[in-house]
Every structure is written in C-alpha cells, then in structure tokens.
Write a protein that binds this ligand. Structure first.
Ligand SMILES: Cc1cc2nc3c(=O)[nH]c(=O)nc-3n(C[C@H](O)[C@H](O)[C@H](O)COP(=O)(O)O)c2cc1C
Length: 337
C-alpha cells in the first residue's frame, strides 16, 4: 500500500489511470477573444437538476487565464474516430483548432463536430483543487449523437466493449471454447455456409469460388500467378479448373505478352458481385447483436492476428500484393461501376 505521507507521483498517476474514462475536449474563449481548448478526461457529471457537470484544469496550463475569465465553456465527449482530435488538443505550442470545422455557440464559444455528445455550459463555480482548478458548469444546452465513444485507460486509448456475461466469463475448461484456431475455423465454416450453398447452386466448387475471389482482387493475372495466390487459401488450382470457369462463361483467358491472363466476362463479373452480396448478407447475419464498434474491434483484432502470424508464410507469399488497382470492389468494397 502507498504511504499517504509521501506520494510517489508516478505511482499515484498509475493508480488513477486504473479509472477508465471517456475523453473530452473543453473549449472556451479568452478575454482577448482567442479560442482556447484542451483535452480533458477529468470530466464528470455532477447534478441532474439543475443539470451540472465538472472538469478540472492544471494550474500550470497555458489555458488557465482564459478559463478563469470566461463565463462559458463547451465540453465535447469525443467519439471513437476522434483520437486525432484528442491528440491535437493535448499538444503544446500549436494552433489546436487548425483543420477543425468550428461552429459557434450563442456566446461565441467554439463548438466541434463529430463528437458523441456536446454540452454548452455557464461557469457556475470554480474551486481550488490542489494543483488543479475545478470548474463546475451549469449545462445550458446539450446534444448527443449516436457515435461510439473514445475511451482512456492507463494512459492508452480504448474502445468500448460491452460486457456480455456469456462471452467474457473465464475461459471454460472446454478446450474447444478456448482455442483460437478452433474458434476461427468454426466461425469461418459457419459464416461461409450461405456462400457454399450459392456456389453449389451455380454448379461450381469451392476451388472455383476461390479463383473468382482472388480474381476479383485484381484482374489480368496469369494462371500461374493466380495459382500461387490461391495457395494461401490452402487450395491448388489446376488448369482444368480455369477451363471449367471458361466453359461456364465466367472468365476468359486473354493472350497478353505470351502468357494467358485471366479476366472476368460480363457474366462472371455479375456472378462475382452477386456472390459477394451473399457474403455480405452472411456477414451481417453473423454480426447480429454486435454494435458497429464491436464489429470494428473484431476485425481490427483479427487483422492483428493476421499480422502476428505472417511469419509463418513462405517469403514469396508474405510479400505478395493481393489487391491490385483494377480490383472489382474499389475502396472499402464499394462496387466500381
Ligand atoms: C487523455 C488526456 C486527458 C487529459 N486530461 C486533462 C485534464 O483533465 N485536465 C488538464 O488540465 N489537462 C489534461 N490533459 C492535458 C491537456 O490536454 C494539455 O496537454 C495540457 O493542459 C498542456 O497544455 P496547456 O498548457 O496548453 O493547457 C489531458 C491530456 C490527455 C491526452
């Protein structure tokens, strides 16, 4: 236990950091008419009736003078996408408002957009609080937006993951529920069931689906190149698989610089797009009950697993560029016309 007659600043900060908070930017206007603002996670609610909030400002802050004199301030609860805003409003000796779209409150206080909630306040009280000044604001107006919040814990930003008892309880003794490889394989198998059915309906096999999927990441590759990329999916494509796709009218082999290059036919392109729509619907079904930020988190974590396990790939594959400029999806899966 830390001795309270002597407080090690570092240890004290560390202990305080155990308290997970959101992140806010507080803005105001100095007596010289200059906009001021800073990142603050000392924000908290105080009273519902009258509506009041508080935050505290370090006495050494370059903003102290301004906030000691302004009668109004605004608190913005930052959204998940505003980590850069938090960083910018915590940096010293820069114009913190640069590049920010600013609106104005009735009292001319700068208001930022893109946040999860915003409170316009009248400074009701200022209290001494050691090396900080505590500002209590009476909320004059507020808005909240349906955006997931940015979190802060132990000196790091975080995302909100709602605790669902079933998922976050201690890993069970059941090996199958606790082995990532098994979970990934099972989730993959189940998620792709509608895609397998779609492939069957089209009279194709899994290997054809894999070829078309790699082709949709970039057309005009040779049969050999596509075959190499397919190895990553654990499939081996033989010449006859390409011939079958040609026979179905889905791809054509054009003879560029001596080696046959594979392109979609119009029908093949349409078929790939329809197949992707089935895949997107399957993804939506699989993500039922998850918040958009949980879906983002899941994808971000899976990407991390992909990065962490990259070394297991043969050198040739880990350097391979899967996505070419002429892929059929365009940025973020929006279809190219
Ligand atoms: C996540 C985060 C939370 C912060 N919370 C506070 C706070 O509650 N109060 C405060 O005075 N400074 C806080 N700071 C530091 C300020 O944003 C700013 O960096 C500091 O006030 C120095 O700049 P200044 O002298 O221009 O105010 C925080 C910084 C970060 C990154």
């Amino acid at each position: 236990m830390a001795n309270i007659s002597y407080v090690d600043g570092k240890q004290f900060r560390k202990a305080l950091g155990a308290f997970a908070t959101g992140v806010t930017v507080v803005t105001g206007r100095g007596s010289d008419g200059k906009d001021v603002g800073l990142t603050a996670n000392s924000f908290n609610s105080v009273s519902l009736d009258p509506p009041m909030v508080l935050w505290s400002l370090g006495k050494s802050s370059s903003n102290l003078e301004a906030f000691m004199h302004t009668d109004h301030f605004a608190v913005h609860i930052l959204s998940l996408d505003q980590e850069h805003v938090s960083n910018q409003f915590a940096k010293k000796d820069i114009d913190r408002f640069e590049g920010m779209a600013v609106e104005r409150s009735v009292e001319n206080i700068p208001l930022l957009g893109g946040c999860s909630a915003r409170f316009e306040c009248r400074t009701a009280y200022r209290y001494e609080g050691g090396d900080h000044v505590i500002f209590v604001g009476e909320v004059r107006s507020f808005e909240s937006f349906d955006r997931p919040p940015l979190l802060f814990h132990s000196g790091k930003y975080g995302v909100l993951l709602k605790k669902s008892n079933a998922e976050l309880k201690d890993p069970s003794s059941n090996f199958g529920d606790d082995f990532l490889g098994f979970l990934l394989r099972r989730a993959y198998f189940q998620l792709l069931a509608p895609l397998r059915a779609d492939i069957q309906r089209r009279g194709l096999h899994e290997i054809h689906r894999s070829i078309l999927s790699i082709l949709s990441m970039g057309e005009g590759r040779s049969v050999a190149e596509l075959g190499r990329l397919l190895e990553l999916t654990g499939h081996r494509a033989e010449d006859n698989h390409f011939q079958e796709l040609v026979a179905q009218g889905l791809v054509e082999l054009g003879e560029d610089d001596g080696s046959p290059k594979v392109h979609f036919t119009l029908a093949g392109r349409q078929s790939a797009i329809e197949h992707m729509a089935v895949g997107k619907a399957a993804e939506e079904d699989a993500m039922q009950g998850l918040d958009p930020q949980e879906v983002r988190l899941l994808k971000a974590l899976l990407n991390r697993v992909i990065q962490n396990t990259r070394a297991s790939l043969p050198d040739s594959l880990s350097k391979e560029k899967f996505w070419l400029e002429n892929n059929i999806w365009g940025a973020r899966g929006t279809l190219r016309q």
